[in-house]
Design a binder for this molecule. Structure first.
Ligand SMILES: NC(=O)c1ccc[n+]([C@@H]2O[C@H](COP(=O)([O-])OP(=O)(O)OC[C@H]3O[C@@H](n4cnc5c(N)ncnc54)[C@H](O)[C@@H]3O)[C@@H](O)[C@H]2O)c1
Ligand SMILES: O=C(O)C(=O)C[C@@H](O)[C@H](O)[C@H](O)COP(=O)(O)O
Ligand SMILES: [Zn+2]
Length: 343
């Protein structure tokens, strides 16, 4: 996998397709103009380029949508040397990666993330997947994209609330590895300018953290699990909210919860827990959740991929920048941490 970060990079797509004859470009409605522009450029270079609009956000990550894509590829005789291009946020690139991973047991994917969250996280690292009625990302495959093209110009049309939701994954990188990120977010807050040097540096640092982890643990058997900080409760909240919440918003609450759990298990200091609330709160991200859904959240967390033989496992922090695993905490401890984040 290789990634490129810059501006005006859409012409990079064709350079990532050596040996390819046909491509299927997947995009949500909001990226139609971009997808058509890429299609025209690819056609002008001799590729057979098909475009398919897929549903917005989590509605894309369904088996019916994957099946729709497989049908298009089947009817157009896509072979092993052909490719899937995903242009959009994390939901589109998760789907595009999954379709690429499964078609003929694996064809090339080229991903063009157009949300901050997609750029710093979803498009990188080869976790592809769809949701099921029982939970988030329960079906998928590890399948590295051939190329990730991070064109910062695409962020110019991204709604502000989507940008700030994406900052949750950047902040996650700050808490698990790079406190410089936390300092920068503390000084910029929700006013952060996507054309500033500090913003580009935040993206570069978050991408580097993820790429370095992937290089040693693609299949989530070791340190990659740390990238799941805040996701155990976060995914359960997304499921409870029927996937109508932003992923970044859900994991914001999940990180505050994980910080409380870290403190209760004798690791993180109180001021470090409070820093979670200050940094995430400065971005306008939610920090609390309703009290009455605990049983449902707990049942969903049992299906988390980090769980082993019925025991929950959480990513917690020994200190800021020092993640570790908390294995099989008592139900009382987990419930007490939840009580600290209820509305
Ligand atoms: N595979 C991974 O490692 C990984 C990592 C993090 C998150 N994810 C997944 O990513 C998904 C969330 O991704 P997301 O936050 O990017 O959300 P998203 O894909 O739902 O996109 C958010 C919204 O922004 C719109 N949009 C996207 N780009 C735009 C642009 N440039 N201009 C205008 N509108 C634009 C979309 O149409 C959508 O309405 C979740 O499903 C999450 O599980 C995966
Ligand atoms: O890349 C990873 O590994 C992550 O955990 C990154 C997360 O931000 C991301 O949301 C991922 O999709 C979660 O994966 P899952 O294995 O918990 O489904
Ligand atoms: Zn995530």
């Amino acid at each position: 996998m290789s990634s490129v970060i810059g501006r005006g990079l859409l012409s990079e797509v064709s350079k990532s397709l050596d040996g390819v004859k046909k491509v299927l470009i997947l995009h949500p409605q909001s990226l139609s103009t971009t997808a058509i522009a890429v299609q025209e450029e690819l056609r002008s270079k001799g590729f057979e380029a098909l475009v398919a609009e897929v549903p917005n956000s989590e509605d894309a990550k369904r088996i019916e949508v994957a099946s729709f894509c497989w049908q298009i590829m089947g009817q157009a005789d896509f072979h092993r040397n052909d490719a899937v291009i995903g242009i959009g946020g994390g939901s589109t690139t998760d789907l595009a990666g999954f379709v690429a991973a499964t078609w003929l047991r694996g064809v090339r994917s080229v991903l063009v993330p157009t949300t901050l969250l997609g750029m710093v996280d979803a498009a990188i690292g080869g976790k592809t997947g769809i949701n099921t009625s029982e939970g988030k990302n329960l079906v998928g495959a590890f399948h590295l994209p051939h190329r990730v093209i991070i064109d910062l110009d695409t962020l110019d049309t991204l709604p502000r609330n989507e940008l700030l939701a994406g900052m949750a994954e950047v902040v996650k990188c700050g808490f698990i590895e790079d406190p410089w990120i936390l300092d920068a977010v503390e000084s910029e807050g929700a006013q952060i300018d996507t054309h500033s040097e500090v913003f580009e540096e935040l993206i570069r640092r978050a991408v580097a953290i993820k790429e370095n982890v992937i290089a040693v643990d693609l299949r989530d058997t070791g340190n990659r699990e740390f990238l799941n900080y805040g996701h155990t409760l976060g995914h359960a909240i997304e499921h409870a909210e029927r996937y109508k919440w932003r992923h970044g918003a859900a994991i914001s609450i999940g990180m505050v919860f994980a910080a409380e759990l870290s403190m209760l298990s004798g690791k993180l200091k109180e001021h470090e827990v409070e820093r979670h609330r200050t940094v995430l709160g400065s971005l306008g991200l939610p920090l609390t959740y309703r009290a009455d859904r605990w049983e449902q959240l707990l049942a969903t967390m049992q299906r988390d991929k980090k769980a082993r033989s019925g025991s929950l496992r959480f990513v917690v922090l020994d200190a800021i920048g020092k993640p570790t695993m908390l294995n099989a905490p008592t139900p009382e401890l987990v419930f007490t941490a939840f009580q600290a984040i209820v509305e």
